[in-house]
Design a protein around this ligand. Structure first.
Ligand code: CA
Length: 579
């Protein structure tokens, strides 16, 4: 969501919001948890792509499974429509090499006419013939023993066999056939959420019937037979996310409902995984206009992402046994996907203002139609508050050629999974770090850090007295908060200075006075930035000046070429200052 543009109103809104969720920050220096897990680098690694939206990413036994609404995959670097391989809403990749694996099945559903009324744009819509069909996969979850994957969504048939909204396959590097034993039937509408325990598969969504019985948006099926179990819980509106607690003693239910098992409870709660009865839930802080979109658990907490209209749409951690809030962040920008890697939480969102969260960033590009989005975040999970780590790769929201009216909200990332070495990100994006890459990407621990951006050409000015003043504007770096600028005269480094590479601090300018030059000579300067891992960015375009003997002082208050007022006294002759 966009916050009010007036900063004072915004502050009031944020404080009211913090009060609403039961945690008023007394001062910004609240001790945030630290992490022992290393953060991934921000340089996206070569990854296969899809021609549509990826809604689910799951890792099991060396394989990454993706599900969504697509009909082909294509290799890293391939343009849309080229080198495509048919894959219908489901595909698998070797988690280590990234190579495509043979898994391939056909997910279908009946076609409906829509004649005038707007169809569900998350489905396959033929706008010319006014027909649509809904066969999207929304979730893939593996069994705890890693033997089986469960796939859920809108489809009614798999490979021509009836599988209403949910199906199972053996987890395998080969093209595992459809599981013939696990074949629940009679689910009459979308399954949006899955959780898999050692005995049962839990489904949540929009349905009101399952396995020949009434089941209102929540149901469970026996893992070995696929039969509906006696588990019986209900929600009065869509269930979007499910997660078992790490000890499997609670099933946490997230969504956009207002009643759980008939009792008023908005968006978040827990039930007994055997009976479906509601269990204790202390935190009632999800605002009525927010809803829970994803859930993931470890032994510390269950973590969630939220979407909201004009209200909370950040992340939170809750103790699943009691429902007590451990921490939340008040970042603005709808959040849709969560995955754990060690003790760090990775999320997909379109966060654009995390100014009230440790390690966060202010709203940027406030004069533009859209603010700057940071669509992928890593943050700490332990302790009573969270800290955003310095890791800011990003994607675009979605295909800019598809009109907004014919697309689900263009939020970018929609699903994440860690394979222990990489974080895989699926979604509706068509670029990653401003380079073409559709539907899927990944970041690793071992890749080089991403290079700092390339500085614009410096401003060089004859300052008289055989001196030239070189001035340049800061760069940004997506995985190092500081860089070292190197100023080159010709091919020689004549100055080094460290500076911030935070994208929200790039308006800073830096200056250096090159002394003792030969009057009348022409000198040529370039600037580049090297990050804290030693990865160098490209050199700026060159700028040239003619050295003067007589003083010709520049106007210290003249705007520089970027329209920023210079502060000529800063940074000069201070090799480690300047930021
Ligand atoms: Ca870097």
């Amino acid at each position: 969501m966009r916050p009010p543009s007036n900063p004072r109103i915004r502050l009031v809104v944020l404080l009211l919001l913090a009060a609403a969720v039961g945690l008023v920050p007394t001062h910004p220096a609240t001790a945030a948890g630290t992490a022992s897990t290393k953060v991934f680098t921000a340089d996206a690694q070569p990854t296969w792509q899809t021609n549509g939206i990826v809604w689910a990413v799951t890792y099991v036994r060396g394989v990454i499974y993706i599900g969504g609404n697509f009909s082909t995959v294509r290799p890293p670097g391939a343009a849309p429509g080229t080198r495509e391989v048919a894959r219908d809403n489901l595909a698998a990749f070797d988690a280590n090499t990234g190579d495509l694996l043979p898994l391939s099945h056909r997910f279908t559903s009946p076609q409906h006419a829509f004649s005038g009324a707007k169809p569900d744009v998350s489905c396959d819509v033929d706008w010319d013939s006014q027909v649509y069909s809904c066969d999207t996969i929304y979730r893939i979850k593996a069994s705890p023993d890693g033997s089986t994957i469960y796939v859920a969504g809108d489809f009614t048939h798999v490979d021509g066999q009836v599988r209403t909204k949910i199906a199972a396959f053996g987890a395998s590097r080969d093209n595992a056939p459809l599981d013939t034993r696990f074949a629940p039937t009679g689910i009459n509408s979308r399954v949006r959420a899955l959780a898999v325990g050692s005995q049962s598969v839990y489904a949540g969504g929009l349905f009101t019937q399952a396995g020949g019985a009434a089941r209102t948006r929540l149901a469970a099926f026996d893992r070995s037979s696929g039969a509906l179990t006696s588990f019986n819980a209900s929600a009065d509106a869509e269930v979007i996310a499910l997660s078992l607690s790490a000890d499997q003693s609670r099933l946490v239910v997230g969504g956009n409902y207002n009643r759980l098992n008939g009792v008023a409870q908005h968006a978040l709660g827990a039930v007994n995984p055997s009976t479906g009865r509601s269990t204790a839930w202390a935190w009632r802080g999800v605002p009525r206009t927010s809803y829970i979109t994803d859930l993931v658990a470890d032994s510390n907490a269950v973590y969630m992402t939220a979407n909201g209209e004009g209200t909370w749409d950040g992340r939170a951690a809750v103790d699943p046994a009691t429902g007590r809030l451990k921490w939340f962040d008040s970042c603005l920008g709808a959040s849709w996907a969560a995955a754990l890697h060690g003790d760090l939480l990775y999320t997909g969102s379109h966060a654009h203002n995390c100014n009230d969260t440790d390690g966060g960033f202010p709203e940027q590009a406030t004069d533009m139609p859209e603010p700057r989005y940071y669509r992928l975040l890593a943050q700490t999970t332990r302790g009573s508050s969270t800290s955003i780590q310095y890791w800011f790769p990003s994607t675009n929201g979605g295909d800019p050629n598809i009109p907004a009216t014919r697309s689900v909200s263009k939020l970018g990332p929609r699903a994440l999974a860690s394979d222990g070495r990489s974080i895989w990100v699926g979604g509706q994006f068509t670029t990653v770090n401003d380079k073409p890459q559709q539907g899927l990407t990944r970041f690793t621990l071992t890749a080089k850090s991403i290079a700092p951006s390339t500085p614009a050409a410096p401003t060089v000015q004859n300052s008289g007295q055989n001196q030239v003043t070189v001035t340049w504007r800061g760069v940004e770096d997506l995985d190092d908060p500081t860089v070292t600028y190197q100023v080159y005269r010709g091919s020689t480094v004549v100055y080094r200075v460290r500076g911030s590479a935070k994208p929200w601090e790039t308006k800073k300018t830096y200056s250096f006075v090159d002394r003792g030059l030969t009057a009348g000579s022409s000198v040529r300067y370039t600037v580049r930035a090297v990050d804290g891992h030693g990865t160098a960015g490209a050199s700026s375009p060159a700028a040239t000046a003619t050295v003067g003997r007589s003083a010709q002082e520049p106007d210290p208050w003249a705007d520089d070429q970027w329209g920023h007022e210079r502060a000529p006294w800063s940074d000069w002759d201070d090799p480690w200052g300047g930021w």
